[in-house]
Design a protein around this ligand. Structure first.
Ligand SMILES: [Zn+2]
Length: 458
């Protein structure tokens, strides 16, 4: 799980449940979370500035040591403010002069996320249906920058805004609420209400995390069980598929999961993949079997390594040091064996380890980019059957900056032997959705090895 040097201080004043949202996002980004009993007990450590998030309610902001808070933000910290009383006029002090009010509106038609560099790239310019009431700010001055606006009868009002102060920033988040803190973050961000309630906290956590999140989300398409022995018609179908993919997203990256014992494969097939910049990963140590049943896994891996060396010589291709286990059946010992053998990652379906999700708090479940496997030094990347990647899920993953790895089997793509005459089927339609999203949001095509190397260090 990701860790960094950031610290999130949560001020536990009355009504501080809304501040928990910011703490959850900071924890997801790897920050340590510390609780201050009251607003007036902010520790001197907040003066560390960069890498610090302070999550507090508007009431706590009014009561805290303003000099200390301002110095902390000037030094680079981010303050996330939530829970604004509607009866009061709020001040922009101690940061700048200015006052504003928060009003609840029930007739909001939609939300629009601004084209602001502070927002994750995938969220910029996104317009979402409102589906209910929202809080908006009235009377802001020119110091404030709107991050999300609520649209109502042709006019727009800020529903999330930011103020810069020295090297730091203050995120005013009137729609941050404690309602959904028990649900996984990735599921929350897959709904318009969740984006309304969570974007401010996500921005605060990102700002404290050295802006690493600004790189575009990477994406990959992996097809299992290819190339395969004696698949003579394969090149024709593969060529059509590659043309289809590239028509939607030129330069899309395809990785094929190749079982080493398949050495009698079509050279044309391999050349096609190589020419389009695609890659190959391991699909089994040696054979396509449930690896938990192997009597001598060390020997299987040795035989696989010899075959992969032979494949490299004959076809002039390199296998990435990434494993997709056949049937995704594996064990901790098998994973550890791969780590020892120099592999850099394994990929498995996002939902493959329900028991492992119990090892992380509920808000983090399925919301970190890799499976939670304690004691293992290499990542087990989450991948998704392409049909599971609807637009809402794609947006949630991209908003978090998580790699999007879509997988398919030859049957899904009519790449199988004896499938001649079958149309490419619905799976191609699903891929179109992914490719359209990737193109619209500027996602970066990447091999599995590149994705694994780009992950934050655990
Ligand atoms: Zn397979």
């Amino acid at each position: 799980m990701e860790t960094n040097n950031a610290t999130c201080w949560v001020v536990a004043d009355p009504g501080w449940g809304s501040a928990v949202v910011a703490a959850q996002f900071a924890a997801l980004r790897g920050a340590r979370v510390r609780v201050c009993a009251q607003a007036d007990s902010l520790p001197q450590e907040v003066l560390a500035g960069k890498g610090t998030v302070i999550a507090m309610t508007a009431a706590a902001l009014r009561r805290c040591d303003w000099r200390l808070l301002k110095r902390c933000v000037e030094a680079g910290a981010t303050v996330h403010v939530s829970r604004f009383e509607q009866a009061l006029e709020h001040s922009l002090q101690p940061f700048v002069d200015g006052r504003f009010r928060i009003e609840s509106r029930t007739d909001i038609r939609s939300f629009r996320l601004c084209d602001a560099a502070t927002l994750p790239q995938a969220l910029r310019g996104e317009e979402l249906p409102a589906g209910g009431a929202a809080a908006v700010a009235v009377g802001l001055n020119g110091h404030c920058r709107t991050l999300m606006a609520a649209e109502q009868g042709g006019s727009r009002a800020p529903a999330l805004f930011r103020l810069e102060c020295g090297a730091g920033a203050v995120i005013y988040d009137p729609n941050s609420g404690a309602d959904e803190t028990g649900n996984p973050i990735v599921e929350r961000l897959a709904t318009p209400r969740g984006i309304l309630a969570g974007t401010g906290a996500l921005v605060a956590a990102n700002l404290a995390n050295q802006r690493r999140w600004q790189a575009p989300t990477s994406f990959n398409i992996t097809i299992d069980d290819r190339p395969a022995n004696f698949d003579y018609l394969g090149p024709f179908r593969l060529k059509a598929l590659l043309e289809h993919f590239n028509a939607h997203y030129p330069g899309v990256h395809l990785d094929l999961a190749w079982t080493p014992e398949h050495v009698h494969v079509s050279r044309r097939y391999v050349d096609l993949v190589r020419r389009c910049g695609g890659g190959f990963v391991w699909h089994g140590f040696h054979r396509h079997v449930d690896h938990r049943t192997l009597a001598d896994p060390a020997n299987e891996l040795r035989r696989g390594q010899a075959l992969v060396e032979e494949i490299a010589r004959r076809f002039r291709v390199q296998f990435q040091k990434v494993m997709v286990f056949p049937y995704e059946r594996t064990s901790w010992d098998l994973l550890a064996r791969l780590e020892k053998a120099g592999f850099i990652a394994v990929t498995e379906c996002a939902a493959a380890r329900p028991e492992a999700e119990l090892g992380v708090p509920p808000f983090m479940r399925r919301s970190i980019p890799t499976h939670f496997v304690p004691g293992l030094g290499i990542p087990v990347l989450r991948r998704y059957p392409v049909a599971a990647l609807n637009r809402s899920t794609l947006l949630a993953l991209a908003a978090l900056g998580h790699p999007i790895i879509a997988m398919a089997h030859p049957l899904d793509l009519a790449l199988r032997r004896f499938a001649l005459g079958q149309g490419p089927g619905r799976a191609l339609g699903h891929f179109e959705r992914l490719l359209e999203f990737a193109s619209h949001k500027g996602l970066r095509p990447a091999s599995l090895e590149e994705i694994a190397s780009g992950l934050p260090q655990a």
